[in-house]
Design a protein around this ligand. Structure first.
Ligand SMILES: Cc1ncc(COP(=O)(O)O)c(C=O)c1O
Length: 302
């Protein structure tokens, strides 16, 4: 049996680095709101944030079943594939990434890293990619073809929920609401499942028209009666990976003020949304927020 603590130490995962950082900011102080940021971006220089949380037990399960090859999918800037390729390289496990669309004219640094870490890259048409998305647990055809283990887009497995839930074990201060950016909703689902009574988790969708996201979260949670979570769809800035000058200036101002770097795809949008809700008095005086920094800073490179 594989010992996950040993794997974490081989990979250099540093849970202690993922501190809870108190944020001082006039917007918060004027309204009496407390905010801490859970610095999961500091877990590891490459497999940062929710990437390791989500991969951890999926990887363990693959290794315990003697799989020598992991197959997954993502976009050309995928943080998930980036983390998977790194893990495969360090642990000597073969990896294949199915990438959406045509190879870009100029390779970006995410793709360069994937290649450097030995991931086999296959570009698939957008329609084929949409089909692949339907394989939420197994992909029998690909698993047979490659003799490997299928990990769905964004690492959205049941095992991922367990890893994500562990974030809560590291929160040793009182809070009312956890907040985070959402793509597949897996991180939100994992937290909703383990939250104590009277605490809530609020996700901010990075995708436009992500109505399916709520359905996906319900499927992951497998419990319709759970009402301790919600997703805000007002701060996607036009859709996934769409940005605006307003968003970038918020990110720059936030970074100057706190020294905490953000990327514009998930954490930038989430904190922009959160500050906007605070400014609009959507939280009562004294409300205690913990925003989870889910990493992804590698995507800031071109
Ligand atoms: C940096 C970052 N934050 C947040 C998310 C969204 O996580 P989830 O897909 O679990 O909703 C992702 C995607 O996995 C991500 O790369």
């Amino acid at each position: 049996m594989v010992d996950i603590t040993e794997i974490e130490s081989r990979l250099g995962i540093n849970i202690k680095a993922a501190i809870l950082e108190p944020i001082q900011h006039p917007v918060l102080e004027e309204r009496g709101i407390e905010l801490h940021i859970k610095r999961d971006d500091l877990l590891h220089p490459v497999i940062s944030g929710n990437k390791w949380r989500k991969l951890k037990y999926t990887l363990l399960s693959a290794m315990n079943n003697n799989h020598q090859h992991l197959i997954s999918m993502g976009g050309t800037y995928s943080n998930h594939l980036h983390a998977l390729a790194y893990v495969g390289n360090k642990l000597n496990i073969k990896t294949t990434g199915l990438i959406r669309g045509e190879p870009p004219e100029k390779e970006n640094q995410t793709l360069t890293d994937l290649g450097k870490w030995g991931m086999t890259l296959e570009f698939v048409s957008r329609s084929a990619f949409r089909e692949l998305r339907k394989h939420r647990t197994h992909n029998a055809k690909l698993e047979k073809q490659y003799g490997g283990f299928w990990i769905p887009e964004g690492g959205a497995t049941q095992d991922a929920l367990r890893g994500v839930g562990e974030i809560l074990d590291e929160i040793n201060i009182d809070f009312d609401t956890l907040t985070l950016g959402c793509g597949t909703g897996t991180t939100l689902a994992g937290l909703a499942k383990v939250l104590p009574d009277k605490k809530r988790v609020l996700g901010f969708s990075s995708l436009k028209g992500g109505g399916f996201l709520e359905k996906d979260v319900k499927k992951l949670i497998k419990k319709n009666s759970l009402t301790n979570w919600s997703i805000n769809f007002d701060y996607h800035f036009g859709g996934f990976a769409k940005i605006s000058e307003e968003l970038i200036s918020f990110i720059n101002e936030f970074q100057t003020h706190t020294n905490i770097p953000l990327e514009p795809i998930y954490n930038g949008k989430m904190l922009f949304g959160l500050f906007d809700l605070v400014k609009n008095d959507r939280f009562k005086k004294g409300h205690k927020l913990i925003a989870i920094h889910t990493g992804g800073l590698q995507g800031n490179r071109q």
